[in-house]
Design a protein around this ligand. Sequence first.
Ligand SMILES: Cc1cc2nc3c(=O)[nH]c(=O)nc-3n(C[C@H](O)[C@H](O)[C@H](O)COP(=O)(O)OP(=O)(O)OC[C@H]3O[C@@H](n4cnc5c(N)ncnc54)[C@H](O)[C@@H]3O)c2cc1C
Length: 401
Amino acid sequence: MTRLAQTAGLNDVQREILSTVRDFVDKEIIPVATGLEHRDEYPTEIVEGLKELGLFGLMIPEEYGGLGESLLTYALCVEEIARGWMSVSGIINTHFIVAYMLKQHGTQEQKDTFLPRMALGEVRGAFSMSEPALGSDVSAITSKGVRDGEEYVLNGQKMWLTNGGTSSLVAVLCRSDEGHPEGTAPHKSMTTFLVEKEPGFGEVLPGLTIPGKIDKMGYKGVDTTELIMDGLRIPANRVLGGTTGRGFYQMMDGVEVGRVNVAARGCGVAQRAFELGVSYAQQRQTFGKPIAQHQAIQFKLAEMATKVEAAHAMMVNAARKKDSGERNDLEAGMAKYLASEYCKEVVEDAFRIHGGYGFSKEYEIERLYREAPMLLIGEGTAEIQKMIIGRRLLEEYRIQG
Ligand SMILES: Cc1cc2nc3c(=O)[nH]c(=O)nc-3n(C[C@H](O)[C@H](O)[C@H](O)COP(=O)(O)OP(=O)(O)OC[C@H]3O[C@@H](n4cnc5c(N)ncnc54)[C@H](O)[C@@H]3O)c2cc1C
């Protein structure tokens, strides 16, 4: 079932990578995903397989041991993986964002220290902006880093870290007033700190606690945690890029590529929902014929497939724009917004096609139904995407006079 969501203009290497990933998804992920998800179990074997495929280093430059691939290749791989199980794409997504931020903004020493081990999946990344009292409003961050000799002392509570427990490198956004006097604009007085830690829960370092997994309605298997810093000391050379005050811009750069990624996840989940719906519709009989022969169901399939195609096209466009070196915040915002909304709608339609069985945990669509809403929130909610899109449109279409 590969007629939908084709991508024109891929080179041989991209086609080969995607075919390998699709094969891995069909054989190693889809058969076990729902069972693992229901048990909220970390997919250790799948992660080992991803390491072997080199996916943790897909976009890391070859000089650091990665595959040096484009954002498009990466996004298409994420789409395939999310088609199998969205949680697995979550495991590589924050890793990818941190590696990207290091590549774009890290000092040479930081790149040399982390990127080769990140490419192998030995060091795994998480990124942390959100706090208990804020998610969309990043300017309201209260966690703080204060310089003390050759170290920084970090205090504050962070919320919703994807891979918070399993990661060993967390990019943490804090306020830092060193050199930024009282009254400095919030986005100019933030710093990204690179916090190295052991994977696990509890007090993983003196002054750093990962309390445990947050119990979620879906997106299970992957750990999502809080992070508490209480006098956590880190060396001064672990300020991303070596200079304080740039954290907000670094994080927004990371989130921008992350948005293409979330769009890709929406595409993958929607594709799987379509596959499940179109298959079930040909098997279930009502009133003497398969329900696929009722026009109302055909119309649903037509709408679902059209949404899958449209979301895929916008996601590919946003990735290609970034790869060409151009600003892509408008395209990434549009792709993330559309793909996540369409994903929710396609999943809902596939669920309806399943009738009562869609409500049974035996059917895969039940899992997708609980996963799709996460995409409406992560990497900026729909409202935040619309704010970004609206502002950019007014920049582009400003009238003279
Ligand atoms: C499973 C999961 C994993 C996550 N992983 C991470 C992670 O790895 N790292 C990380 O830093 N964060 C992570 N997050 C946090 C996520 O980024 C935030 O939840 C998200 O940005 C929304 O923030 P919030 O939950 O505080 O909602 P709020 O910002 O409180 O928003 C609540 C509602 O108000 C709306 N709203 C807010 N401001 C406006 C406005 N100006 N105009 C109109 N409407 C508005 C929002 O759209 C939303 O509908 C994760 C969240 C979840 C659920």
